[in-house]
Design a protein around this ligand. Structure first.
Ligand code: NDP
Ligand code: HSE
Length: 403
């Protein structure tokens, strides 16, 4: 028998309870033992829940119960969740988490603690929701030197962009839908300002390149400045606008990472990723390009990943599941300003002025554009080179084009 305690009975935590119950026979068959939900900790009361007998309010009940093997942390944030995770690991319990904020900010220390205590700290659900991606990257692709990992890492923003384009919803309406569906963070600015995608690219970079990267190192831009005018111009030249996180291995063992909206060619598989779906692609020196795709947020998809980690631990609770990386070295972070891109520019002005500043450009057009509005794609250049040329224009919008 393996005993599980869930901390935080919200969207993900309640989904974990549901999957453990719904698939209990299957889980027992696959692990060779019963996996029992023994405790649920939440600040709220759930008197009508089928799990009402499991609820406790005091974490020390879980911490001090030697029968508890696995603690599932689905509270979120990096305060209470850090305290409970630390205490659970110190008490010799394995921890499974969906909390990317905690992993991105304290992952190195928590993994060190797990090593010290001989227990596992697993967080498959922290990136890509239900998509199996962390384990394939670290296990199945372990024979590769990876040069890049990139992807659509946030379900809420991809859902918003899709609903704005497909159903003509306003940004606020689309965000409200994402919140109602349980996709958004408690503070949705983490989604729309790109911080959630930033935390996820930090985790992916640490696993792929072996060293902790903190979110404050990673230049991050969200989708709040994207307008339907930009979407129209992008469509006019065969592109979709997607919020991407990217991490690249650079010369000298350096790593470069950033989060920003991009124009993605309709021919690129990332362009077809819509709604709450996420996709993560990686490039390895043996495998070439691989892509992982699925639901990036939501109750049961995320619970699926959490329960996968529980099963991994339950198969043999005495063997620590390897999941580690080295401490951060800020001198090994390369600013993305060295990267070159073609750029999409929307401005108020004339094409003649744009050509005078940029030389060769690809002009874009859309129906119903106000007089004086221009848009174009530039040749490839760095951000610094772009900024120099933009000084001549009244710029409304600038977006990278993914090569
Ligand atoms: P929710 O807000 O739905 O759930 C969190 C739960 O924890 C709530 O019931 C909350 O209660 C409870 N809680 C808050 N503080 C405490 C506390 N001190 N002790 C016990 N319980 C507490 O969040 P989600 O389930 O959406 O997300 C949980 C984590 O999973 C987050 O880190 C999130 O980023 C991550 N995640 C979420 C996904 C999703 O699709 N929603 C997908 C992948 C990861 P109350 O509401 O009363 O505060
Ligand atoms: N808010 C996150 C998202 C949840 O929308 O992607 C999944 O990590």
């Amino acid at each position: 028998m393996v005993n599980v305690a869930i901390l935080g009975f919200g969207t993900v935590g309640s989904g974990v309870a549901e999957v453990l119950t719904m698939n209990s026979a299957l889980i027992e068959q696959r692990t060779g033992k019963a996996v029992r939900l023994k405790y649920i900790l939440d600040v709220r009361d759930f008197p009508d829940s089928p799990y009402k007998d499991c609820f406790v309010k005091d974490f020390s009940v879980i911490e001090s119960d030697p029968e508890v093997d696995v603690v599932v942390e689905t509270i979120g944030g990096a305060t209470v969740a850090l305290d409970f995770t630390t205490r659970a690991l110190k008490a010799g319990k394995s921890v499974v988490s969906s909390n990317k904020e905690l992993v991105a900010t304290h992952g190195y220390d928590l993994l060190q603690l797990a090593v010290e205590k001989g227990v596992s700290y697993l967080f498959e659900a922290s990136v890509g929701g239900g998509i199996p991606v962390l384990r394939p990257l670290t296990n199945c692709l372990a024979g590769n030197e990876l040069s890049e990992v990139r992807g659509i890492l946030n379900g809420t923003t991809n859902y918003i962009l899709t609903r704005m384009i497909r159903a003509g919803l306003s940004f606020e309406q689309a965000l409200k839908e994402a919140q109602d569906n349980g996709y958004a963070e408690r503070d949705p600015s983490a989604d729309i300002e790109g911080h959630d995608a930033c935390r996820k690219i930090c985790i992916l970079a640490a696993l792929c390149f072996g060293r902790h990267i903190y979110p404050d190192q990673v230049p991050t831009q969200g989708i709040t400045a994207i307008t339907l005018a930009d979407v129209d111009y992008a469509n006019s030249c065969g592109y979709k606008i997607k919020l991407l996180g990217r991490a690249l291995r650079m010369e000298g063992g350096k790593v470069c990472a950033y989060v920003a909206p991009h124009l993605v060619s309709s021919e690129n598989p990332l362009a077809g990723v819509e709604d709450v779906f996420n996709a993560i692609s990686a490039t390895g020196n043996a495998v070439g390009d691989v892509m992982f795709y699925g639901r990036g947020a939501g109750k049961l998809p995320t619970a699926s990943a959490v329960v996968g980690d529980i099963i991994d631990i339950a198969k043999d609770v005495t063997t620590r599941k390897r999941n580690e990386w080295a401490a951060c070295d800020r001198s090994l972070f390369q600013s993305p300003e060295v990267l070159t891109f073609r750029w999409y520019v929307r401005a108020v002005g004339s094409m003649d002025a744009a050509r005078a500043a940029f030389g060769e450009i690809m002009p874009l057009a859309r129906g119903g554009a106000p007089a004086q509005e221009i848009a174009f794609l530039t040749e490839s250049m760095t951000l610094a080179q772009l900024n120099e040329k933009l000084a001549a224009l009244d710029v409304q919008s600038v977006i990278r084009v993914l090569a």
